[in-house]
Design a binder for this molecule. Sequence first.
Ligand code: CUK
Ligand code: CUA
Length: 641
Amino acid sequence: MKKYNYFISALMVSALLLTSCGNQNGNGGSNSALASNNAEKVYVAPGEQDEFYAFMSGGYSGNITVYGLPSGRLFKEIPVFSQFPTSGYGYSEETKPMLNTSFGFVPWDDAHHPDISQTNGELDGRWIFINGNNTPRIARVSLSTFETEEIIELPNSAGNHSSSFITENTEYVVAGTRFSVPVPQRDMPINEYKGNFKGALSFISIAPDTGRLNLDFQMMMPGFNYDLSHPGRGKSHGWFFFTTYNTEEANSLMEVNSSQNDKDFIAAVNWKMIAEYVKNGGGTKMATEYAHNVYDEHTHSATSTMKKEVITVDPTKVPGAVFFLPTPKSPHGCDVDPSGQYIIGNGKLSADLTIHSFDKMIAAIEGKKFDGEAYGIPILKFEDVLAGTVKSGGLGPLHTEFDDKGNAYTTFFISSEVVKWKLGTWEVLDRQPTFYSVGHLMIPGGNSRKPFGKYVVAMNKITKDRYLPTGPEMEHSAQLYDISGDKMELIYDFPTHGEPHYAAGIPAELLAPKSKKIYRLDDNKHPFAVTSPDQAKVVREGKEVHVYMSTIRSHFTPDNIEGIKVGDKVYFHITNHEQDFDVPHGFAMIGQNTSELLIMPGQTKTSLWEPKKVGVWPFYCTDFCSALHQEMQGYVRVSPA
Ligand code: CUK
Ligand code: CUA
């Protein structure tokens, strides 16, 4: 592989380590002259609704939070990878299988990048996808029920960071691997990493009607760190781009080891070509193990299947499908503009942004103008693919989004700012400070062919003085900018839950009409559902007891249960017979060490209780559902074993 000479400037390294979050205190944060005007811009009057929904990743909370824009109001937390006592997700018998993995039950993850399904490159509001970083998984969440419907684990992957980005007709959700690992996993010396570890890029197809996921194939790439990715769109539809770092393949990423190369790569992958190759029988079947968990909206239940095989593809066996584009200074963000022409790689140790041209890339490939190779994969010449450079004047560029007027907006972590620049001329048009140390930013539709360029949200890593301190640990801080004019205008601060890395935004008018208001009882195919309160019953099968329970304002049926013994396994299967919008009932049993349940109208949910003590034990409804909510109670008599 070609090597580049590179001296890391001392300034750069110290800046990277220190961050500038302390430097900007009092610098434009609370400009009261602007305040009254801007208050109107974010004010959503009582009874009125927000114009946009923002779906923010929860980071280490493992979930997705849903905010309104411009109000910054938190509407909902959607449990995805984490158990969630509020609704019983991951605790109820129906949802526990969602969190199965080949490592067992893993009720937590680190969720970074949500992405909304698209049709012809435009947001279509059907599903949102999100990655589990830690135990590599991809989830699909329904945007009609706002429930997690599917989670697929990714074998051979580790640190599933560069996902879950989708192709422009929602053909594939694609995942890179941040950590390369031995494939298959085995006991070997860590310092034999170089040349022996692999970087698996996973291509998961999405069924057009149901959204069902299938891990079609994995490309076994050289052992770099595949950090972020984005699909081509428009003219570059059919390609996927991944930033890499540590192309040195160092097993210890002290600065000296991994940033020796002046340039790492953006890997350009022609996924259409590889999908065709696999369809025609290409690739190798490899034995492995990964969980595939599916939640069925009709049975209100999930099933988990352990898959045993994956098709792997050696990229050198598909000539013309994979190329490396040299990209300076350990690139992080990898973003493609709405036209699909420009691929932006933000070198996080750099001040400048590197923009590659898709047309030039194709011309270089056709002209076979290569500059060596890495593990058999051709490297294109930097100058041959470069479209331009933005001399940003900032430090530590991370991520870029786009508006509908040909502008790009890039975050700078170290210099704590958003810089607006022009696609094609590469001139900087504006810059605004962020508070503080911004990671991603989001414009609704800002990574699609049709951005809605009214607002940009900056998601900041450090909160510092923005809110009254609620202890050493603070929520994160987001800033909202109005970008409808020539200059960005900071109009609002709001705290965000978990650690939002990225967000996906969508106009309310594309989403709200699809939102499901109620589960119909006649569509409830849960095996333990009861069709009416008079069907309620208690059935014993050996040590297992199944309580077929009904709940409707303001009563549980049955409400007095006898004949239970210490050591039994008691399953409460509770059907909510309400058919009014937004009337859940809860169910909680004393000593219950899983969680309560929240059962929506038309749903059936199950809680397992294993009584440990003789006595008469109460249960009650946990959701204030009617004037007689406090009357929603019952007893279970537990006799000696
Ligand atoms: S990110 Cu995941 S480390 Cu820049 Cu997309 Cu925050
Ligand atoms: Cu049902 Cu409270």
